[in-house]
Write a protein that binds this ligand. Structure first.
Ligand code: NAP
Ligand code: HSE
Length: 429
């Protein structure tokens, strides 16, 4: 093909994802004229320290100066894969105001400032795409925005953090305790040096906020998301879950209810026959319910160099096609509603409780009395062990508002016959 237009891109950041993007673009170089109708060229790569990367990439395209990129009118598309809020936010806003299109994998930024970025893109007739920001290589943003646009979506539930799913899989399949499974995840490179964002559910919280906004057409930010992590789960809880035909998974759950949007991340008992229960190791999956679609599940690699680059370069191709067809800015922010966020206290769920009780007559009736006073109905109660004068019981409740179970737990913690509340987890039903 001769006289093809060249679409020039700049990559900001050359870490795991940046390197993957570089590799995928280079590998597919000869396909782009056919896929896009134009050549795709890496014009610049922004890094902090050029010397660090000079062995891996041509020195001519490395730069440590953002001004060089923003001032270059021949650069059409900015690929932000640096991470963090600043300077990523400022660079993206400057790029959009300069008429450059943007692809980002930055969930922290999109979950906090997505609206501002999308508004700026729209004001400048630019595309801002962020497929890789949720579930890495799995297509989910585009399906929610485009393929499922004919649906009223009421539920999005996901295993959207690979590190915690790997840890829970090791605990479930090999009986490991949390700390040992975390150490293994670190050794194998799944968990970062500081794994707090993964373990405490913040990473999943950002991803569910992004999906909830798109699925329900109403702005949801990370600060709206209730988060609870996995560090208190024990091998014993997992064993008991198995005995009752459940798996324990860290789920991101978003539901559109008549009283408002529920959006939360927490460890959850999920029935073994639910498709999400079978998602193991570092894999991710997102389960969606739409009124026309019914149920669908999207499954695959939620992170990693090439899976994430697959999503990023897919977005770049989409933009380059839009440029060829002079239709950029076609799909911007889809939040045209302003729905309330339901307070966590009002969210209904069933609960699993593991408690250590004084083993004497009347204990169970006192326990049942507290549940009754708080309108908590017991679905199942099993005494698991008896050690001297302490009995361990496991309880599954019927669905009840969070505030009621919390009131019951507060009362239990003041009762002498309740020696310890070892675990409390929500049950998906
Ligand atoms: P990473 O390995 O830490 O790489 C970040 C890169 O950006 C590094 O090269 C870093 O340079 C560079 N950088 C940071 N601040 C910069 C600045 N101010 N100017 C120039 N360069 C800067 O991170 P990553 O894993 O590739 O993640 C990148 C983004 O993708 C994040 O938003 C992340 O949430 C998202 N994401 C990652 C994955 C994944 O599997 N890793 C999956 C989905 C989404 P230095 O070498 O100087 O630090
Ligand atoms: N830390 C994330 C995970 C990958 O473990 O899934 C980046 O989104």
């Amino acid at each position: 093909m001769e006289n093809l237009q060249v679409r020039r891109v700049a990559i900001l950041g050359f870490g795991t994802v940046g390197k993957g993007v570089y590799k995928v673009i280079r590998k597919q170089q000869e396909e782009f004229p056919y896929i896009i109708g134009a050549e795709l060229e890496i014009a610049k790569i922004l890094v902090r320290n050029k010397a660090k990367y000079s062995q891996e990439v041509e020195e001519t395209i490395l730069t440590d100066t953002w001004a060089e990129i923003i001032a270059d009118d021949s650069i059409d598309i900015i690929i932000e894969v640096m991470g963090g809020i600043e300077p990523a936010r400022t660079y993206i806003l400057e790029a959009l105001r300069a008429g450059k299109h943007v692809v980002t994998a930055n969930k922290d930024l999109v979950a906090q400032h997505g609206h501002e970025l999308l508004d700026t893109a729209s004001q400048n007739n630019c595309d801002l795409l962020f497929e890789a920001s949720v579930a890495g290589g799995i297509p989910i943003i585009r399906p929610l925005k485009q393929c499922l646009a004919a649906n009223t979506i009421t539920e999005v539930i996901g295993i959207i953090n690979g590190t915690t799913n790997f840890i829970l899989t090791k605990m479930s399949q090999e009986g490991m305790e949390f700390q040992d499974a975390l150490a293994l995840a670190t050794e194998l490179g799944y968990a970062e040096a500081d794994p707090t964002a993964d373990i405490e559910g913040y990473d999943a919280g950002r991803k569910i906020a992004i999906m909830a906004s798109i699925a329900f057409h109403s702005r949801v930010t990370f600060s709206d998301v209730f988060t609870e992590g996995i560090s208190k789960i024990t091998a014993k809880d997992i064993r008991y879950a198995h005995e009752m035909d459940y798996e324990i998974k860290l789920l991101g759950i978003a539901c559109n209810t008549p009283e408002g949007i529920e959006v939360r991340v927490h460890p959850t008992f999920i029935p073994k026959n639910h498709p999400l229960a079978a998602v193991s190791d570092s894999f991710n999956a997102v389960f969606v319910h739409g009124d026309a679609l019914d149920d669908a599940m999207f499954y695959g690699r939620g992170a990693g160099e090439l899976p994430t680059a697959s999503a990023v370069v897919g977005d770049v191709i989409d933009i380059a096609r839009n440029m060829q067809n002079i239709c950029t800015g076609r799909i911007g922010c889809t939040c045209y509603k302003s729905l309330p966020i339901k307070p966590m206290a009002e969210v209904k769920s069933s609960y699993y409780l593991r408690m250590q009780l004084e083993d004497k007559p009347g204990t169970l009736s006192a326990l049942a009395g507290v549940f009754g006073e708080n309108k908590v109905s017991i679905f199942k109660l099993v005494q698991k062990t008896r050690d001297n004068d302490t009995a361990e019981v496991v309880i599954i409740t019927a669905p009840v508002k969070e505030k009621r179970i919390q009131e019951a737990i507060k009362t239990f913690s003041q009762m002498e016959i309740i020696r310890k509340i070892s675990s409390v987890m929500r049950v998906y039903d």
